[in-house]
Design a protein around this ligand. Structure first.
Ligand SMILES: [Zn+2]
Length: 330
């Protein structure tokens, strides 16, 4: 069975369009963020080349290293800032995409009972809470997003400076070193690994050179976008009175058996017991489950004429919906 067939089997036909469109928007945001990461590294690569070539066309001298170290530190800061700003804005959008399914489900089901504008307002608060929840959850795993990205940019800077120091020892010229480094940052390590092997043969101290300096940042794109979307689905769902929980659908590219297989075997997780995304790079889907559209609109109409007929809706209305609307109207 294909991933989509598996997915569709677990969604009420009335919600298929909503659920799959927010999921596909999320996936295009994830692809866009990965592209932005590559572009940001591209700008960094250009800057590294430029700063090295500024030193002239002759062989690199040890005395120039301090100056270069200072200017590359600034480029590293720009890299970290560029990554952080783009991660933050994209992840916020993705949390909201996850939560928005529940907003649209409520709008559709509550026609004639609750005002669409009020539901939209209510979800401004729900989305903000979901974003906060996601950011807190990120921090609880050890590092905030900006700290993690700073660390990643620092590793890149260390590798770049190491290569430059070796080039000085080897007497390489600034022009060639600049081109080599740009190539290495953009395309990964084959050229660089050849150089490092040569250096090692020459007895120069070994240092860590990742095969691809972009790898850790791109891995963070996959991990964090999954977590952000799942967080939005959960928090948005919990704000919708017709949300029952989620179905765990294995990713199509899931070849190693792990805890995700257990989750998929269990399938359904009730509201409040949704599992966190269990491992980095997990691409599984958390498909929200709601009462059927017919049932939800019938319940809402009954509640409207007699609030005591549906205490659960009444509680949601008094404890979550109205306070949020009042809080935002002030
Ligand atoms: Zn998974």
């Amino acid at each position: 069975m294909s991933w989509y067939q598996n997915f569709i089997k677990r969604v009420h036909p009335g919600y298929v369009k909503l659920i799959s469109s927010s999921r596909s928007q999320y996936l295009s945001n994830r692809i866009a963020l990965a592209q932005i990461v590559r572009n940001t590294y591209g700008q960094y690569a250009d800057a590294v080349e430029r700063e090295i070539r500024r030193l002239g066309t002759h062989g690199l001298k040890a005395v120039q290293l301090q100056q270069l170290e200072r200017s590359l530190r600034i480029e590293q800061m720009k890299l970290a800032e560029g990554l952080t700003a783009n991660f933050q804005s994209t992840l916020e959008e993705i949390v909201e995409l996850g939560a928005n399914t529940s907003k649209h489900v409520l709008i559709d089901n509550a026609k004639g009972v609750l005002k669409q504008a009020d539901i939209e307002t209510f979800f401004i608060k729900v989305n903000a809470d979901a974003v906060n929840y996601y950011l807190m959850e990120t921090k609880s795993r050890g590092l905030s997003l900006s700290e993690a990205l700073w660390g990643i940019s620092e590793e890149t800077n260390k590798a770049v400076m190491g290569i430059i120091r070796d080039s000085v020892v080897m007497g390489s010229d600034a022009f060639q070193t600049g081109r080599l480094l740009k190539n290495y940052i953009l395309n990964g390590g084959s050229v660089q690994h050849a150089l490092v092997r040569k250096l090692k043969d020459g007895g120069i101290k070994k240092y860590y050179v990742p095969k691809d300096v972009k790898y850790e940042a791109l891995r963070l794109v996959r991990t964090e976008t999954s977590k952000a979307f799942a967080g939005g689905v959960y928090k948005g769902g919990q704000a919708n009175p017709f949300y029952l929980g989620i179905n765990w659908v294995l990713s199509a590219s899931h070849d190693v058996i792990d805890v995700c297989d257990d989750y998929a075997a269990q399938g359904f997780f009730p509201a409040g017991e949704e599992p966190d995304v269990p491992h980095p790079q997990c691409m599984c889907s958390q498909v929200p489950v709601y009462s059927s559209p017919e049932e939800a609109s019938k319940d809402l109409r009954e509640w409207q004429s007699d609030p005591s007929s549906h205490p659960d809706i009444e509680n949601w209305y008094r404890d979550a919906y109205l306070p949020a609307l009042e809080g935002l109207r002030v």
